[in-house]
Ligand binder design. Structure first.
Ligand SMILES: [Ca+2]
Length: 287
């Protein structure tokens, strides 16, 4: 490779690396639940939705089959291969290979996310052929919201669990419906409410998601003991989901990745290229 070709290839390579805003996220080896350590279906779960391994690995990006297609905030996963059910008294405990950390560099302080089966209800009218009139849009209501009261706990050793403060923790099967085209390691801004999505099409929902893949975000900083007193949990390896009322479904659980500041792409690329040009100058000097 000639020197100028090398410089061109470096420039080409440097343009694909950085993310917008000069921010990149560190990679995590396995950011999803790796094993089921306990499962009780609870009351009212259909037999075919009692395979807890459906909660392992990456949440659904696509629903297979004739009635499937891409998973997005209007089209939730629904197959028994995708979801495990939990009824009243139901409990699911998942183990992670990678630690869940209470990292202040996590967006919004959220450390992990639970993905369920909720979706934004499309409220456009239907024409005579049962097609939506106009571009499908939601009034912001979430199908499944209020269907279950859930409680999420975390543990470092799989023995001692601490509940995440129910007053702060979101419900599962509510906000934010999964977007299979999004990033499961990046939470949606938890300040957003259902009403913020009123009138939005898929494009509008995605604009508010800001590249996130949705999910309900949880913070280890919400941990408390059985007396309701705050407990410091810096790191956990287990997540337990209990259903106190109603029924819910779990598709997967992901770790949130920290934002890691990197130099502005233009700045470091130009500095590097500048260095190469200096080297090129030295080469010329020697001739
Ligand atoms: Ca946190």
């Amino acid at each position: 490779m000639k020197f100028h070709q090398f410089v061109v290839s470096v420039i080409a390579a440097s343009t694909v690396l950085p993310l917008p805003g000069g921010v990149a996220r560190a990679q995590t080896p396995n950011p999803y639940a790796a094993a089921v350590t306990a499962y009780t279906a609870g009351t009212g779960v259909a037999a075919k939705y009692t395979n807890p391994n459906a909660a392992l690995g990456e949440p659904s990006r696509v629903t297979p089959g004739d009635f499937g297609g891409p998973v997005d905030p209007f089209s939730a996963p629904y197959l028994d291969s995708q979801l495990v059910g939990l009824g009243v008294g139901g409990s699911l405990t998942l183990r992670f290979d990678s630690p869940i950390r209470n990292d202040p560099a996590h967006p919004y302080g959220l450390d992990f996310q639970v993905f369920g089966s909720s979706f934004f209800v499309v409220t456009n009218g239907l024409d005579a052929n049962f097609n939506y009139i106009g571009t499908p849009a939601t009034d912001g209501s979430v199908f499944g919201d209020g269907a279950a009261q859930t409680r999420v706990s975390v543990s470092a050793d799989g023995v001692t669990f601490f509940t995440l403060n129910p007053a702060l923790a979101p419900q599962i099967k509510a906000l934010f419906p999964t977007d299979g085209a999004g990033d499961f390691g990046a939470p949606v801004n938890p300040a957003l409410k259902s009403a913020d999505f009123a009138g939005l099409t898929l494009a509008g929902v995605r604009a508010l998601y800001s590249s996130s893949g949705g999910g309900a975000g949880f913070d280890l900083a919400w941990a408390q003991d059985s007396g309701g007193h705050a407990v410091s949990v810096d790191q956990a390896a287990f997540v337990r989901i209990d259903v106190l009322q109603g029924k819910t479904e779990i598709d997967g659980v992901s770790l949130v990745r920290p934002y890691t500041a990197v130099p502005e792409p233009g700045a470091w690329a130009l500095a590097f290229i500048g260095g190469l040009l200096v080297m090129a100058g030295h080469r010329s000097d020697r001739r």
